[in-house]
Structures are given as C-alpha cells and as structure tokens.
Design a protein around this ligand. Structure first.
Ligand SMILES: [Fe+2]
Length: 188
C-alpha cells in the first residue's frame, strides 16, 4: 500500500480531502487487500506488480490492475497551479507530436469524457518513442499492450463524484492544474 506523497488536503480544490480520503484510504486499500489475499500460495506471490498485471486473469487481474493504476495516479500530482503545464522532455514530445499542449489536452480530455462506464485515460510511450493516448476500461493498464504508462486520469465515478457529481468533463479540465510534470518526465 503506497502512502500519499503529499498532505490529504494538498490537491484542494481540484480534489477534496474527503474524496482523496475515500479514494486512497478505502478504494485503493480495498484493491490492495484483495490482491494480497488472492496471491497467497500462487505463482503471483513474489511477482512484481507490473508482471502480475501482464499475466493474471479474472479477479486477480482486476485487483492487480487497480493497484498499479492507482499507484501511478496518486503519485503524479502536486499542489494546484492555474497555469500548470508540461516541462522538459515531455513538453518537447507533446509539442512535436500534438502541435501544442492545448491540442494534446483536448484529445486526452475527449478520450476521458467519452469513455463509457468506468475506466482510465492514459498517456503512454511506445517502444519507438511515440506518445499514445488510450482508453482502458475497468482495471486496464497500457502495460498489457506493451506500452509504458506516463500519466493517467481516473474516470471511475469514485474519483470525482463527491466533488463534481456527474460532471466528469469539469473534473478532467481541473486535473491539469495538479499534474506533476516532473514525475511524468521521470517515467519517460
Ligand atoms: Fe480510482
């Protein structure tokens, strides 16, 4: 179980302390507990989490996927900044491939808003160094497609319902203020 690398109110008002408390303390803790119980005595017991996500099926995959997804999600944020934008290598890649940060945000937000039901929108990089935006339903993670995940927005309702109710696009629009682009660069 990962600890949050910031205070529980550090992301307000984009993500409230209450949402963060439930999301990290209840939802993620639940996935971690289920996974830890399920791996006992199986080939997955001492396997790195990413390998479990690549190899497991059924309930094991769901809990491992959600653990990996949330680990990446919670560790990519920082205190809000109205004019927050990419820096360094990821800024150059986004500019080169999408034309501008605004064009990238638009495509990413559209994929997040149009994902039906529960899931995640991801920015990843492929083995040839090309950026890829994908939608993954439920517990899906880009490592299952051979991609390296860089950034993700959780579009399960539990990620935003207390703060934004049904307004998923508003939540997605606000999240850009808290993306820690230094972390994204470290993941490249
Ligand atoms: Fe979540």
């Amino acid at each position: 179980m990962i600890q949050l690398p910031y205070e529980a109110n550090a992301l307000e008002p984009v993500i409230s302390k209450e949402t963060l408390g439930f999301h990290h303390g209840k939802h993620l803790q639940g996935y971690v507990n289920n996974l830890n119980a399920a791996i006992v005595g199986t080939e997955f017991e001492n396997m790195p989490l990413e390998d479990i996500v690549k190899k497991a099926e059924g309930g094991m995959l769901n809990n491992a996927g959600q653990t990996l997804n949330h680990n990446l999600y919670f560790t990519q944020f920082c205190a809000p900044e109205a004019d927050n934008k990419p820096v360094g290598a990821i800024a150059e890649l986004i500019e080169k491939q999408f034309g501008s940060f605004d064009a990238f945000k638009e495509e990413f937000a559209k994929k997040g808003a149009t994902l039906f039901g529960s899931g995640w929108v991801w920015l990843s990089i492929d083995t040839e160094g090309k950026l890829v935006i994908t939608q993954e339903t439920n517990a899906g993670n880009p490592v299952q497609r051979g991609l390296k995940p860089l950034l993700t927005f959780d579009v399960w309702e539990h990620a935003y319902y207390l703060d934004y109710q049904n307004r998923r696009p508003d939540h997605i629009a606000a999240l850009w203020q808290i993306v820690d682009w230094n972390v994204v660069n470290q993941r490249l």
